[in-house]
Design a protein around this ligand. Structure first.
Ligand code: GAL
Length: 767
């Protein structure tokens, strides 16, 4: 498993490596070297067998940067066969001098779906699985003095021998080397993994137990020691050490545990203040550094109990959404910045406190952001309804292992999902997945997402998708609803007001019921973002419009419901679930729902007070912030601009305006970021919107927006891009040169908007 190469970064900054063409030595220090290997890949859609050999001439292959999708796609209405092919990637590299005597691994974070790897023409093996990390040891086949070539044949077809495949699935997997790659050079004895377990965190004497997993090339004759430091930023809070007796065997799966006892007071990791610490582990031979590694942790106690979910001893009602990690145009091949943005949207915009990584382990960048933002996570293994044969099940059990060993230090993760989503019961199989999860990680409970009530409970928490309303009563003491609404009410941003409103109300009703009984630990709605799917699901254009936001991450009114449940101290929210139009309902002009955490609303049309409202406690009495339901008849005879004022304890704290004129007035271009890094992968979203004169989206605007880019970046997306629901987005991806990028977006009527981006230089890759 790959972790950051802090040591390398430091040495590069000091100029320890002038280059790597076999001429610059590895400095005489211990420790590992981790080189990112994301640039300078050569790619061909056609995997010719000759491309496996070392001397193959790949100069005509396309030069690509990882994360990479094997093909760019439209945002909807395409065939999954378009990306289901076997492609080949090649990467040349030279090792730094002095690498001889060390062990060298290539670490892949995620390749969809099966990867056969050759080094210098020698086949190293095939890894089956698109969502889990894998490594190959290169040491015996390396040329330490000149060029080495990795060749990776990537099979992106839906192979029935690999989870989640074997039957139908309701999402697309896309293809390519879509997560980062690194070269890891370690000493013969090295740290394979660290699991830092906070203990007694709610007492005056919190502790830390750090399991250090070591790998030995040969039984060591020397006595080594482990030194562990807990740090808050640069401040050392505690240090401890432990002798490592001479190893009995080459592979030593048992960890060596170092205990840090006197930590002093630590700040707990919680939702409002997700405080993080770091743990540094050094493997020493006397005072000589052999290897080192680090991880980020948080001190928190997370338990599902009969009272619901408790974080640090306090009940937190879980309110969240399921997330697919797929994006328009690029499939799953989006870099850290874009992954992190999804977590920000869920936490900061939709005010969720939990996300489920449906239905597979997701990007480490997304999980890092969850740690930093205080967004809880239910992470699960790859799969959807189908269970394959014995070999398939073995892969699935191995997925449990890889998921947990990759992610066990994330404080945000509170539950491992160790079943194939919505599969039938399989006592033996799920006994294995559960036992493994508990054995690897005794600190966390397990769940496993099913869709039938009678399902055998082998896990700690009964996690179930309940799409009905009213919901079933909890049939187990520890009970979490992991999906609702979804396919029972697909909703598009261009749907009419009644549907948008009802979609919002359905999410609200479920959360209202979940709030009625403490035994419901809470719930996660299906789902966060619309997603691409197969022909036998969705709305007929290869999209499931199940999101509370569209595929571009632009919110629908239902997202306003989630948002409105936050504390007003965090943000004052006022989000109408209706479109301000007089004739968009089939049965006249009747009902307007507003999601808000205010306690009173006033409605004005053309500055004339039309209605005042309190939250609808009759239908939503269990919610802290019930929606407001406005009866619109009084507006019938007086049409004009709408103003809604939100009050808390008599004080007006928010106002929103909606034009009654029906004219597109403003065109805006909203980038998530304007500073990128010239590593060829860094990407940001650019949202395009047409609004009324007050800034409210004009949801029937569908103009084609022409985009022009000057400078070292490219557009990932349609160009021209036709707005849908008055909005949409493309992504801007930095090339490998630094400089200024100017994006000009032209609306056919509302004119041009220009944006400038700074693309900062990136250090070249050292191998
Ligand atoms: C569930 C399934 C999800 C998605 C959803 C649509 O049954 O677990 O993956 O297909 O339905 O509502």
């Amino acid at each position: 498993m790959k972790r950051t190469g802090t040591l390398l970064a430091g040495m590069l900054a000091e100029g320890a490596f002038a280059g790597t063409s076999g001429s610059s030595p590895v400095p005489e220090v211990g420790g590992r070297l981790v080189f990112s290997m994301n640039r300078n890949w050569r790619f061909s859609r056609l995997a010719v067998p000759e491309a496996r050999t070392k001397d193959f001439d790949d100069s005509r292959f396309e030069r690509v940067v990882i994360p990479h999708t094997n093909t760019r796609l439209p945002w909807h209405s395409f065939d999954d066969k378009d990306y289901e092919f076997v492609s080949v990637y090649r990467r040349h590299f030279k090792l730094p001098l002095g690498t001889r005597g060390r062990r060298v691994f290539v670490d892949f974070e995620g390749v969809m779906t099966a990867s056969t790897v050759w080094l210098n023409g020698i086949r190293l093996g095939e890894y089956k699985g698109g969502y889990t990390p894998f490594s190959f040891e290169l040491t015996p086949y390396l040329d330490f003095d000149s060029d080495n070539v990795l060749a990776v044949e990537v099979d992106s077809t839906e192979r029935a021998d690999i989870p989640p495949f074997g039957h139908q699935i309701d999402y697309l997997t896309f293809g390519g080397i879509y997560r980062e790659v690194a070269l890891r050079i370690v000493p013969p004895t090295f740290i394979d993994n660290i699991f830092a377990k906070p203990k007694d965190v709610l007492t005056l004497y919190p502790r830390l137990e750090i399991d250090c997993f070591l790998e030995h090339l040969e039984p060591s004759r020397e006595t080594l020691s482990l030194e562990v430091t807990l740090r808050d930023g640069d401040r050392v809070l505690a240090t401890g050490s432990q002798r490592v007796p001479p190893a009995a065997s080459a592979s030593d799966p048992a960890p060596h545990t170092v205990r840090l006892e006197k930590l002093g007071p630590v700040v707990l990791w919680d939702l409002a203040r997700p405080k993080l610490y770091s743990v540094y582990v050094r493997l020493l031979n006397g005072s000589r550094l052999v290897d080192e590694d680090s991880c980020t942790i948080g001190f928190r106690e997370a338990r599902f109990t009969e009272n619901g979910f408790e974080l640090n001893g306090k009940v937190v009602k879980l309110r969240g959404l399921d997330r697919h990690q797929t994006f328009p145009f690029a499939g799953q091949a989006m870099p850290g910045r874009v992954q992190r943005r999804d977590a920000q949207i869920l936490r900061n915009n939709f005010k969720c406190n939990i996300v489920r990584t449906s239905h597979y382990p997701q990007s480490r960048h997304f999980l890092d952001a969850c740690d930093e933002l205080g967004l809880l996570v239910l992470e699960e293994i790859p799969g959807w309804q189908h269970i394959g044969d014995a070999a398939w099940k073995d892969l699935s059990v191995d997925n449990v292992r890889r998921m947990i060993r990759r992610d066990w230090n994330h404080p945000s993760i509170i539950l491992w999902g160790v079943r194939i989503n919505e599969s039938r019961d399989d006592h033996d199989f799920y006994t294995r997945t559960n036992a493994l999860a508990h054995q690897l990680d005794p600190t966390r409970q397990t769940g496993g997402i099913r869709n039938f009530e009678q399902s055998e409970l082998l896990e700690d928490v009964f996690t179930i998708n309940d799409f009905g309303f009213p919901l079933r009563a909890p049939n187990h003491p520890l009970y979490l609803n992991t999906e609702f609404v979804g396919h029972t009410y697909p909703t598009k941003t261009i749907d009419n007001t009644e549907r948008l409103t009802e979609h919002t109300m359905r999410h609200a009703r479920i959360h209202n019921q979940l709030a009625s009984n403490p035994q419901y630990a809470g719930g996660l709605g299906w789902c966060a973002f619309d997603y691409n799917t197969h022909f036998d699901f969705g709305s007929g254009d290869r999209i499931c419009y199940h999101g509370v936001a569209d595929i571009f991450r632009e919110p629908k009114p239902a997202a306003g419901f989630y948002k409105s449940q936050c504390d007003p101290d965090e943000e004052i929210v006022l989000e109408p679930a209706f479109r301000w139009a007089r004739g968009d309902e089939s049965i006249g002009f009747t009902k307007g729902v507003v999601c808000s955490n205010c306690d009173h609303l006033k409605f004005y049309v053309d500055n004339k007070l039309i209605a005042e409202l309190d939250p609808d406690r009759s239908e939503f009495g269990n919610l802290r912030h019930p929606p407001f339901v406005l009866h619109l008849q009084p507006f019938r005879n007086a049409w004009g601009d709408l103003r809604i004022e939100g009050y808390i304890q008599g004080k007006q704290l928010i106002v929103k305006r909606y034009s009654g004129k029906g004219i597109d007035q403003q065109f805006s271009v909203l980038p998530d970021d304007t500073d990128l890094v010239a590593d060829g992968a860094d990407t940001t979203r650019v949202v395009l919107r047409v609004a009324d004169e007050f800034g409210a989206i004009r949801s029937f605007a569908n103009d084609a927006i022409q985009l022009d880019v000057e400078g070292p970046a490219e557009i990932i997306g349609d160009n021209p891009f036709a707005l849908v629901g008055g909005t949409g987005a493309v992504w801007l991806r930095a090339k490998e040169q630094a400089g200024r990028v100017r994006l000009t977006a032209s609306h056919p009527v509302l004119g041009k908007r220009q944006l400038d981006f700074e693309i900062a230089a990136a250090a070249p890759e050292a191998v």
